[in-house]
Design a protein around this ligand. Structure first.
Ligand SMILES: [Zn+2]
Length: 312
């Protein structure tokens, strides 16, 4: 995603491992190890840049995994985009007959340029995108596996959007192109009700990551933010999901907000060192070594707990 602008309203704190959990809400199952393995599989394809062999292979692997986990439908939305190649959005539905549904999404492409790398010689090289891309998808694939094991009462759509991260600073429309395309061609209508809300996961695997409320989400979908951050506190994740407002980030949730779907972005944007993104952001260090399964696990159990607490 594009750089945050604006700072965080209060200093970030580092999540405490083993923090005690109040017991008001039963925490739903989620395997951090599976999520980590999902990140590793994506990275092993190589950079998932438009037009690459890794991109094509990863797309079919993602669709296969969603089917294997018991999705009721899996649909690929393809379009040719200038300066990218074939864009492929992948959407799975679970319990599609349910009237009440939510949408969970992450981008699955990776940035073609390490243009924030400390060494300028690396700026034209593609990144692994272990955190920026693969982490959110890794969590959502494990969420999909859990949904196959225990069917939710509500409907859940899992959407992997493409072409998020080939953007140029200063050109807002050059980011989140897969999400833009999805929002302009929404599959919802009489047969498939529009989701009540959407949650975007982006950069959810960083070491010591903390998640403040992203500013566009807070301004446009505050009730959803409050539901998520309140639940995090209830299950003992209050120091990971800090109840502060962070920066405003141009990301895949914005096209959904413009299309009228309340959408929030769970994104590491209050790193204790940088005050914004993880230091690996758009560098060659965004690799598997810098992914923390504890972070993946905390985000994942919050999402599964949220899903299973939702009623028709
Ligand atoms: Zn990015």
């Amino acid at each position: 995603m594009a750089a945050a602008w604006g700072g965080c309203s209060k200093p970030a704190t580092t999540a405490q491992a083993g923090e005690s959990a109040p017991t008001e809400v039963a925490v739903a199952p989620f395997s951090a190890d599976s999520a980590l393995a999902n990140v590793g599989r994506q990275v092993a394809f190589g950079p998932r840049t438009g037009g690459s062999d890794a991109h094509a292979k990863c797309a079919s692997w993602l669709a296969d995994e969603l089917r294997r986990h018991g999705a009721d439908t899996v649909a690929l939305q393809r379009a040719e985009l200038n300066d990218f190649g074939e864009m492929i959005n992948i959407r799975a539905t679970f319990n599609p007959a349910a009237r009440r549904r939510i949408l969970l999404l992450s981008h699955w492409d990776s940035r073609p340029w390490a243009d924030e790398d400390p060494d300028p010689a690396n700026h034209a090289m593609p990144i692994d995108g272990a955190n920026d891309g693969a982490s959110g998808v890794g969590v959502l694939l494990e969420v999909a596996r859990q949904l196959g094991l225990q069917h939710p009462e509500i409907g859940v759509d899992i959407l992997f959007v493409d072409a998020e991260d080939s953007g140029t600073e200063g050109d807002d429309t050059s980011w989140a192109r897969g999400a833009q395309y999805f929002a302009e061609n929404l599959p919802y209508g009489a047969a498939e009700p529009t989701p009540a809300y959407a949650i975007l996961l982006d950069m959810v695997g960083g070491r010591g990551a903390v998640f403040p409320r992203e500013l566009f989400s807070e301004a446009n979908a505050r009730a959803v933010n409050s539901r998520v951050w309140d639940l995090a506190k209830k299950i003992g994740l209050g120091s990971r999901f800090i109840d502060a407002t962070g920066g405003a980030i141009n990301d895949d949730h914005l096209p959904l907000l413009r299309a009228g779907i309340p959408a929030i972005d769970i994104i590491e944007s209050a790193n204790p060192q940088t005050g914004s993104f993880n230091p690996t952001w758009h560098t060659l260090a965004d690799n598997l070594d810098n992914i923390d399964p504890q972070t993946l696990g905390d985000v994942g159990k919050l999402i599964t707990t949220l899903i299973y607490s939702e009623k028709q």
